[in-house]
Ligand binder design. Structure first.
Ligand code: AMP
Length: 254
């Protein structure tokens, strides 16, 4: 598996460019990953981008990077978006679409992409269609990861993230050797604000209110593949690969 490149252009937007985009894949993959928060999208995305040589484009990561950003004060639209995110709600379509439009270069980059967390509404999906058409990119597949609510609540409430290297852990299913300390870099583990139990239900409600229509949007276009994500991660990954058109299971996809 090749390491995925950096995501400077995506995370910072504007004129920022990726310093080390990683090895160029044989073909660029254009894949959307859908599913409720906590279904394991992050885990599968990390593995998929390594195998596909694609860039992991997560809108949630852009907002979290903006939250951590120490430079200038955020624009009024970004400040409002960050406040909404902290409350566990969905940021407005206009703000999210504007944020992706500023990063449209990432949608036609020769490394391809794995979009995660976007689109979340039909209006966002339509806006994405227009952006993709504008840069001459066609989607290969929309992967929907599905699991029941108790599985999701368990996964989210036990998730811990390293404050330094952003590695993901789980207090029961993927614990660190020393409680609260990242095995990878020794950084301190934190619980994301939006992973707190009181926020999880708000996030799930927000997801369900909009997701069915987005799922229908891609099903109607013949792009949707639904994957049962309650299985162990390796099995879920194999199912995803089998759902990618023209990808040989078990083989490097580069
Ligand atoms: P995620 O990491 O994808 O769960 O995103 C974290 C938070 O960022 C969400 O709970 C929303 O507040 C916000 N967010 C990320 N992507 C979107 C989107 N496509 N539409 C609306 N809000 C979003």
């Amino acid at each position: 598996m090749h390491p995925a490149g950096d995501r400077t252009a995506w995370l910072l937007g504007g004129d920022a460019t990726c310093h080390d985009p990683g090895p160029r894949p044989r073909r660029p993959w254009h894949v959307i990953l859908l599913g409720p928060p906590g279904v394991g999208k992050g885990t599968q995305a990390a593995r998929l981008v390594g195998e596909l040589g694609a860039c992991h484009l997560s809108t949630g990561d852009v907002f979290r990077a903006a939250c951590r950003g120490s430079e200038s004060t955020p624009s009024p639209a970004m400040a409002e978006a960050l406040a909404t995110m902290r409350r566990g709600g969905l940021v407005s379509d206009d703000t999210v679409v504007a944020l992706v439009r500023e990063r449209v270069r990432c949608l036609c980059c020769h490394h391809g992409f794995l979009l995660d967390g976007f689109p979340r509404t039909v209006d966002q999906a339509r806006a994405l269609d227009a952006m993709l058409a504008g840069v001459g990119t066609q989607l290969d597949r929309v992967i929907l990861l599905d699991a029941d609510e108790p599985t999701i609540v368990h996964r989210l409430s036990g998730r811990r993230v390293c404050a330094t290297c952003r590695a993901n852990w789980h207090i029961e299913s993927h614990p660190t050797r020393i409680d609260g300390v990242c095995d990878t870099c020794g950084g301190a583990l934190i619980q994301r604000d939006d992973d707190r139990p009181e926020t999880i239900h708000v996030r799930l409600e927000a997801y369900h209110a909009a997701a069915d229509a987005v799922i229908g949007f891609y099903r109607d276009r013949g792009l949707l593949a639904t994957i049962d994500a309650s299985a162990p991660p390796a099995e879920v990954f194999a199912r995803i690969v089998a759902a990618l058109p023209g990808a040989a299971p078990g083989a490097l996809l580069h």
